[in-house]
Design a binder for this molecule. Structure first.
Ligand SMILES: [Fe+2]
Length: 307
């Protein structure tokens, strides 16, 4: 079966490795949400992308703050980078996105997968949003479908649609690196849950197998790490070869049915993420808070006994 986007991604990785035109990646890890924000740049042109930026949120007080995002801004300024892209691998359920704050300070286009429209439709219903909440993805600057090619400076890049954890998940191949969002975790930790609305373990397995067809030497950058048992450091970088041969949930040789049975049994034991309700309401709006109420205050909703 032909898979042109994957073939293009494969060629992109090999071309970057052959030519040495590889992106530089710096990672800022937020221990409050276990999220890795990556700042990726082309060393020749200093054009940059920021992937999955975190907005700090104190749930008890309802306060947002910018210490995490300000670290990213300091990095961009210290290296003289120009930000072209603010890339979201998906609508996160565990942290709020700082993309609008970074866009205001640094510029760049906010990008997410085109299937965000499905996520907006599902959660628009969950939160009983009115007609003012658009479900067409228009809050974002650009929606990418599978195979959407773009550039980071002079480095080739392409989005791969990798649904399963959520319907809108994208992996971004940039030069010899792939930013996989929540499709894969470190080989010793496994994979992300697939039980959110629109998630599906079988679909996730197929997306992962597609990623594993990239060259073994492809650098893999994760969105999260939770320190597997026996490991005392957070790690967010591995390779396709390491994932393919050693991922505890989905290494080569583990079949689709076996994975689905494991994933569904495990997901049945998991509670909801601590910040899922505020995160989804904000992230389905591209990181913007809901419009103010009649008193000028912005509110987040909390459905009771629904999820
Ligand atoms: Fe996620």
């Amino acid at each position: 079966m032909s898979d042109q986007p994957l073939a293009f991604a494969h060629a992109t990785v090999l071309a970057a490795r052959t030519s040495g035109a590889v992106p530089v990646v710096a990672t800022y890890f937020d221990e409050a949400t276990f999220t890795a924000t990556h700042v990726v740049h082309d060393p020749r042109t200093l054009r940059a992308a920021i992937i999955d930026p975190v907005l700090d949120f104190d749930q008890p007080s309802g306060r947002t703050s910018h210490a995490s995002a300000d670290q990213v801004i300091a990095h961009v300024e210290a290296h003289g980078l120009t930000v072209d892209w603010l890339l979201e691998t998906h609508a996160h359920a565990d942290h709020l996105s700082a993309a609008p704050y970074l866009k205001e300070r640094l510029g760049g286009q906010i990008v997410i997968g085109a299937e965000i429209r499905t996520v907006q439709s599902v959660f628009g219903t969950v939160f009983n949003e009115g007609l003012a909440f658009a479900r067409d993805g228009s809050q974002f600057d650009l929606l990418m479908e599978d195979g959407h090619a773009f550039k980071l400076g002079e480095i080739e890049a392409i989005a791969l649609h990798v649904p399963g954890h959520t319907p809108a998940c994208l992996a971004f191949v940039i030069g010899d690196a792939v930013f996989v969002g929540d499709t894969l975790f470190m080989p010793d930790y496994g994979t992300a849950r697939a039980d959110f609305p629109g998630g599906d373990a079988r679909t996730l397995y197929r997306s992962i197998r597609r990623l594993m067809a990239l060259p073994d030497e492809t650098r893999v950058f994760l969105c999260h790490d939770y320190k597997a048992t026996g490991r005392d450091q957070f790690v967010w970088e591995t390779t396709i070869g390491a994932e393919r041969t050693a991922n505890v949930h989905v290494h080569e040789g583990i079949g689709e049915d076996e994975f689905v049975a494991m994933r569904e049994a495990r997901d049945a034991t998991l509670g909801m993420p601590r910040l899922i309700l505020p995160s989804i309401q904000v992230n389905m709006r591209a990181g913007h808070l809901p419009e103010p109420d009649s008193n000028g205050v912005r509110y987040l909703r909390l459905p009771v006994n629904l999820l």
